[in-house]
Design a protein around this ligand. Structure first.
Ligand SMILES: Cc1cc2nc3c(=O)[nH]c(=O)nc-3n(C[C@H](O)[C@H](O)[C@H](O)COP(=O)(O)O)c2cc1C
Length: 193
């Protein structure tokens, strides 16, 4: 292949992949916990895109123990907002996704009792990043390992006993412009040469 043909073929691909890399980093650095939302409903395509991103997460032994409950029912969201003071913003969110783990997924062993939380955390972060990329606001609100919070969600969603909620993520179009926190801290890094 001559030089010009090579450049014509591969330059756009290099340019595209650099663009994609920059986009990914921009989204990562723009992500922030957003707790105030407009009433506007979230279109189904956006919900599916967030779920697809969540399911693209890495998973130990590729068990993929994550299960997602997509909640738009106002009565349930309002009830949960009262039972979970740490997630009071559910009262004003048009949507919440509960990220759960199936503790019986795969060939469950003692390790899997812990590992589902790691897989589901990776899925949650992907979901939060997808929300940011779609110009939605979202916040991880903690459920696991607090028994009272777990029980509130189990009751509200009638979860079977093998399904444990890790978190509940209220999602909506942001009410106002917000900036991400700057968490960069070189003191937290050790270089091993
Ligand atoms: C495991 C975990 C649990 C969290 N639980 C809550 C919560 O219960 N309620 C809440 O409002 N935010 C919760 N957050 C969001 C944090 O408060 C937030 O990520 C932190 O303040 C950093 O801000 P940022 O997400 O905007 O960077 C949680 C985040 C994580 C990772």
């Amino acid at each position: 292949m001559n030089k010009i043909l090579f450049l014509l073929t591969f330059l756009p691909i290099f340019a595209m992949s650099q663009e994609a890399a920059r986009d990914a980093l921009t989204v990562i650095h723009q992500r922030k916990s957003v707790k105030e939302y407009l009433d506007t409903p979230i279109p189904e395509e956006k919900i599916e895109m967030m779920l697809k991103a969540a399911m693209a997460a890495p998973s130990s032994r590729n068990v993929q123990p994550w299960r997602f409950y997509v909640v738009t029912n106002r009565a349930i969201l309002e009830k949960l907002s009262k039972q979970l003071p740490n997630a009071a913003m559910l009262a004003h969110a048009p949507l919440a996704i509960v990220v759960c783990g199936d503790i019986k997924a795969g060939n469950p062993n003692r390790d899997q009792e812990i590992i589902w939380t790691l897989d589901c955390s990776a899925a949650s972060q992907n979901l939060l990043l997808a929300a940011e990329a779609l110009e939605l606001g979202a916040t991880w609100t903690g459920v696991y390992p607090f028994q009272d919070r777990i029980q509130a969600i189990v009751n509200a969603l009638s979860l079977p006993e093998n399904i444990i909620p890790l978190n509940i993520i209220p999602i909506g179009y942001p009410l106002k412009d917000e900036s991400p926190k700057d968490k960069w801290d070189l003191k937290k890094v050790t270089w091993v040469d």
